[in-house]
Design a protein around this ligand. Structure first.
Ligand SMILES: Nc1ncnc2c1ncn2[C@@H]1O[C@H](COP(=O)(O)OP(=O)(O)OP(=O)(O)O)[C@@H](O)[C@H]1O
Ligand SMILES: [Mg+2]
Length: 369
C-alpha cells in the first residue's frame, strides 16, 4: 500500500476542521470527579456528559490524528500507522457528524456512535506496535533504542491519550447500564479489592503461561482481604496481568530445565494513606543493569515478536506471553493516568521487584501532555 497523504483520502473541509479542533484546549478530569458525577446518572447528567464528550473527544481525537501525520524516521508512512491514522480521522468525522447534542434522542444516538468508535479502536495498540516493529527492522540491529527518544515520547503521549479517550467513552457508556453491579459507578468500583483483582489477573496470566509452556509457577498474594478503595478494576487487572506475565516468563525460563521447583511469584498489597502499593516479586534471575534504561521503551523485548506483516487482526488480539515490548511502558501509563507510578528494581542473578503505586486520593487530573 502506498503511503497516502491525508489530502488524498479526505476532503479539504474535513482536514481544515481537524486542524481547527486539534488546536483547541483539552479538559482533564479526575477519578474523584468521574465518581461524583457518575453517582447521579440522571437523563440530565447524561446529556451534560455527552455534550462535554462531543467537544472533548473531537479535540483529543483530532490532536492524535494530526500527530500521527508528523512522526520522525518515516514512521508516519508505515502502512500500519496510516491505518491507525485513518481510524482516528474517521472517528473524528463520526463525532463531528453530530451538530449538537440537545436532547435525550441525540444523547442516545451519540452514545451508540462513541461506543462503536471504542470498538473500532480495539486493535490500535497491536497495529501501532506493528508499525514500530517495522521501523525497528528498517533501522537495523545497530540502532540504540535510547536514541529514539522522539518515538518514545510520542508513544507515551499517544497511548496515554488513548487511555483517556477510552476511559471517558467507557465511563459514559457504562453509566447507561440500567442494572449496575453493587458499588460500581460506570467502570469505577468504589470498593475495589486489590487482592481480588490481583488474584484474577494472576490466574489469567498463569493460564497463558500454562498454554505456552505446559506448566506455570504459583502466585502467592499477601495483604488484607477486607481492604478496598475506589479504582478502575480493568486498569489494575491489566497492570498486574502484564507484570505477572513478565515474572512468570522469567521464572519459567530459568527453572524450566532445572530439578528445583520453580519458586512462586509473590504479590504484596500495602495500603498506605497516600498510595496503595502492589509489589510483584520474582526469582526469575533479574534484568542486567545495562538493560534497565531500556525497560520502559516500546522497542525493547527479549522475546520473539508475535507480530508479522501478514498478521490478521484477529490473530493479533490473542494474548501472548511476551514479545511486543509494550507491557511495562503501558502499565506505567495506566498507573500514571490516575496519579500513580511504576518502578522496576532488579537484582541480576536473583530476581525482579515491580512496585505499582496507585494513588488513593483520586484527585489527580488526567495527564494531558
Ligand atoms: N520480571 C522480569 N524478569 C526478567 N526480565 C524481565 C522482567 N520483566 C521484564 N523483563 C524484561 O523486559 C523486557 C520488556 O518487558 P515488557 O513487558 O515491556 O515487554 P515483553 O514482555 O517483552 O512483551 P509484551 O509487550 O508482550 O509484554 C522483557 O522482554 C524482558 O526481557
Ligand atoms: Mg511483558
Amino acid at each position: 500500500m502506498a503511503a497516502k497523504k491525508l489530502s488524498e483520502t479526505y476532503s479539504k473541509n474535513l482536514i481544515n476542521e481537524l486542524k481547527k479542533w486539534g488546536k483547541m484546549k483539552r479538559t482533564g478530569v479526575s477519578l474523584r470527579y468521574m465518581t461524583e458525577f457518575g453517582s447521579r446518572p440522571t437523563e440530565k447528567n447524561l446529556l451534560i456528559s455527552a455534550q462535554f464528550l462531543h467537544k472533548e473527544l473531537a479535540i483529543r481525537i483530532a490532536r492524535k490524528a494530526l500527530e500521527l501525520e508528523k512522526l520522525p524516521y518515516g514512521l508516519s508512512e508505515k502502512p500500519a500507522v496510516l491505518k491507525v491514522r485513518d481510524w482516528y480521522v474517521d472517528s473524528f468525522s463520526d463525532v463531528r457528524s453530530f451538530k449538537e447534542i440537545s436532547d435525550t434522542n441525540d444523547e442516545l444516538a451519540f452514545t451508540q456512535t462513541i461506543k462503536s468508535i471504542r470498538l473500532k479502536h480495539t486493535s490500535v495498540a497491536p497495529t501501532l506496535a506493528l508499525g514500530v516493529q517495522q521501523l525497528k527492522q528498517d533501522l537495523g540491529p545497530k540502532i540504540n533504542i535510547q536514541d529514539l527518544s522522539e518515538i518514545h515520547q510520542f508513544l507515551d503521549r499517544f497511548y496515554m491519550s488513548r487511555i483517556g479517550i477510552r476511559m471517558l467513552i467507557g465511563q459514559h457508556v457504562a453509566l447507561h447500564d440500567p442494572d449496575p453491579l453493587p458499588d460500581c459507578i460506570g467502570c469505577i468500583h468504589t470498593r475495589m479489592s486489590p487482592l481480588e483483582v490481583a488474584r484474577n489477573a494472576s490466574e489469567d496470566a498463569r493460564s497463558i503461561c500454562l498454554r505456552e509452556y505446559g506448566s506455570s509457577p504459583d502466585v502467592k498474594i499477601y495483604g488484607d482481604h477486607n481492604f478496598t478503595f475506589p479504582y478502575v478494576p480493568s486498569h489494575l487487572h491489566l497492570m498486574v496481568f502484564e507484570l505477572v506475565k513478565n515474572s512468570l516468563r522469567a521464572v519459567q525460563e530459568r527453572f524450566m530445565d532445572s530439578d528445583e521447583v520453580a519458586p512462586p511469584i509473590r504479590i504484596v498489597v500495602a495500603d498506605g494513606l497516600q498510595d496503595v502499593t502492589i509489589k510483584i516479586s520474582d526469582e526469575g534471575g533479574g534484568i542486567p543493569r545495562c538493560d534497565l534504561p531500556k525497560l520502559f521503551s516500546y522497542l525493547y523485548s527479549t522475546a520473539k515478536s508475535p507480530l508479522d506483516e501478514n498478521m490478521t487482526m484477529s490473530s493479533s488480539d490473542a494474548a501472548t506471553m511476551a514479545g511486543y515490548g509494550c507491557g511495562i511502558p503501558i502499565s506505567r501509563l495506566y498507573a500514571r493516568y490516575f496519579g500513580g507510578d511504576l518502578q522496576v528494581i532488579s537484582m541480576e542473578g536473583y530476581g525482579t521487584d515491580a512496585y505499582l503505586h496507585l494513588s488513593r486520593l483520586g484527585d489527580s487530573e488526567e495527564p494531558l501532555s
